[in-house]
Design a protein around this ligand. Structure first.
Ligand SMILES: [Zn+2]
Length: 154
């Protein structure tokens, strides 16, 4: 079952992605990011590194690896067209359009991973400035410097 306005289907980025079935305007809510709440970050070294556990506000993580999470298929991109916006009034994080989205667009957002988490998550988003790992936008500069002094891992 697809939530209103979006569908899950195979993505050129990774696995299944989340795609619009209609246009969305900037700031418009698309679907909520739902799952079990955690008050500490996941262990990035745990086998099957937790791709779907995201920090929705400082100190609060959601394990979105749940088939009932309508935002679960949404892929990360280094040039995302959506973002997770936390609504403190309802305590819900919404996947929200950042740009005008035409029908049929793949919806992407910044998973906001730390550098440590990023080491377990290659990025294949295809953006011209893709850093090759899924890492939060504010950390990408530091991450590029880090990689310059590291041997490739894969
Ligand atoms: Zn990327």
């Amino acid at each position: 079952m697809n939530p209103a306005g979006v569908e899950s289907r195979p993505s050129p980025i990774a696995g299944d992605g989340l795609f619009t079935l209609r246009a969305f305007t900037p700031g418009e809510r698309i679907v909520p990011y739902t799952g079990r709440r955690l008050n500490q970050p996941p262990d990035p070294g745990r086998p099957g590194a937790p791709t779907y556990t995201l920090e929705i506000q400082p100190g609060c993580w959601v394990d979105g690896d749940d088939p009932t999470n309508p935002a679960r298929p949404a892929n990360h991109s280094c040039q995302p067209n959506a973002e997770l916006a936390y609504d403190p009034a309802t305590d819900v994080a919404w996947l929200t359009a950042r740009l005008p989205l035409a029908a049929g667009t793949e919806i992407t957002f910044d998973y906001g991973f730390t550098v440590a988490e990023s080491l377990f998550h290659p990025c294949r988003c295809g953006a011209p400035d893709c850093v090759g790992r899924i890492v939060a936008a504010p950390l990408r500069g530091a991450f590029r410097r880090h990689r310059r002094f590291s041997r490739p891992r894969d």
